[in-house]
Design a protein around this ligand. Structure first.
Ligand code: HEL
Length: 409
């Protein structure tokens, strides 16, 4: 049964308190209230229209949550929630913003934060060769950590081959467990796409290498480092790295992969190891936790100012888009830029972005993937959340995007 809700309410200040308490690098960069005062009020009716449109285009369900610290009353942030459709087609359970889901490449921002914290601690230099830390891993000593985190290494994206056939490609890896080295080896079966540093070319291989760096430098799994450096300090109760387990813990939205053949039945892709992605895409989270994470990051409470500035050194990455270090910037129609990441893992499209000061965050999810129409529609949730009624994008958005570029969707 389909359901639709839009709630505008106040939530207790646990999020605010978590941000104020902050982890080790806390409180060196307070948000500038003036920066978000300029943001238009979110268009919640427009947001619901976006979600309903995604359903007409084939998504079983869609949801969004905005946490707006611009309007804080007695430690209460304003929270907007919108849901449409179902989280589970079998039970017809309605989508709920408390549902957990697979966040795909939003994981890359978590991996980048861990590496930038290590840089802040003097344990990693961004402009040092990856092979210095992982001798012999890559065929070119000129590939640096910065090239990896900004998708400028030239390492081919092994996912292009893996998922050339959408459903059979997915089923072939659904329960597989890869080592990082096996994934890098798949990439290296292909020539590099360009010389190190030359251009931006999105590749999952980069963030597999990022995971290897985390594990080599800390001596711990990425799971432990996500936990100790991000999940626990920010009290992210819905965020998990369960690889190689296949289940999403607790209440969650099912994810439905769209086959390439028009009219073919959706494939429930919820259970999988996500071993093909690991540190490039295997985290599970929720709308609340991703909003907390990005608010903390852009609010300066996860990284010292110097490392956040490195993360925000932008390289053009398509129309009205740029890429930093594990961080996307999208330039919206009203002149506002937002910061975060998108994710496309089988069955789930995720959009997690925040304002420059981290004081307004949006996370949106459609529980389908391999559906370009749904993707283009869901991107408009950003316009509703950050441009409000000033959004100038009313129909299809003419832009180039990694989704089209890399996956030929
Ligand atoms: S792709 C992206 C997105 N990123 C990259 C990563 C992620 N996800 C993948 O690499 C998954 C590829 C297969 C996805 C699958 C589907 O739609 O479920 N598509 C096919 O199999 C097509 N044949 C750049 C879009 C990102 O936004 O960063 O997440």
């Amino acid at each position: 049964m389909a359901s639709r809700t839009v709630c505008r309410g106040a939530v207790l200040g646990s999020l605010v308190l978590a941000l104020l308490a902050g982890p080790a690098h806390a409180l060196d960069r307070r948000p500038d209230p003036a920066a978000s005062t300029a943001l238009p009020v979110p268009d919640t009716a427009g947001l619901s229209r976006v979600l309903r449109m995604a359903l007409t285009q084939g998504a079983p369900g869609a949801m969004a949550r905005i946490d707006d610290h611009r309007t804080v009353f007695n430690d209460h942030a304003t929270v907007y929630r919108a849901t449409e459709g179902v989280a589970d087609r079998r039970t017809a359970d309605a989508m709920d913003t408390a549902d957990r889901f697979r966040i795909g490449s939003v994981t890359k921002t978590f991996s980048a934060v861990v590496l930038l914290q290590l840089a802040a601690e003097g344990r990693l230099s961004l402009d040092t060769s990856v092979n210095h830390y992982l001798p012999g891993l890559l065929p070119d000593n000129r590939i640096t950590v910065r090239h990896i985190l900004s998708h400028r290494s030239g390492l081919y994206d092994y996912a292009n081959d893996m998922f050339a056939k959408t459903v059979s490609g997915f089923e072939a890896v659904r329960t597989k467990v890869f080592t990082y080295r096996q994934l890098v080896a798949r990439s290296l079966q292909h020539p590099r796409t360009h010389a190190p540093g030359a251009v931006y070319a999105y590749s999952n291989t980069n963030f597999v290498v990022a995971g290897m760096l985390v594990e080599k430098l800390t001596g711990h799994s990425v799971r432990t480092e996500y936990q100790n450096r991000i999940i626990r300090p920010l009290k992210l109760a819905d965020t998990f790295y369960v690889h190689p387990d296949t289940k999403i813990p607790g209440r969650h939205a099912h994810g439905y992969l769209t086959p390439d053949q028009a009219g073919a039945a959706l494939v429930d892709a919820t259970d999988q190891t996500v071993s093909w992605a690991q540190s490039a895409g295997a985290l599970i989270s929720s709308t609340r936790d991703l909003n907390t994470f990005l608010s903390a990051l852009l609010g300066g409470r996860l990284l010292p100012a110097a490392q956040l500035a490195q993360m925000e050194r932008w390289i053009p990455a398509g129309t009205a888009q740029a890429y930093g270090l594990g961080l996307r910037r999208r330039d919206l129609s009203c002149g506002v830029s937002v910061y975060g990441h998108t994710g496309a893992v089988q069955g789930y499209y995720t959009y997690a972005f925040t304002s420059k000061d981290g004081r307004r965050s949006l996370t949106a999810l459609a529980n389908t993937s391999n559906n370009t129409n749904v993707h283009l529609t869901m991107l408009r949730a950003l316009e509703s959340a950050f441009c409000g009624k000033q959004a100038k994008v009313r129909s299809a958005i003419p832009f180039t995007d990694d989704m089209e570029n890399d996956l030929s969707l």
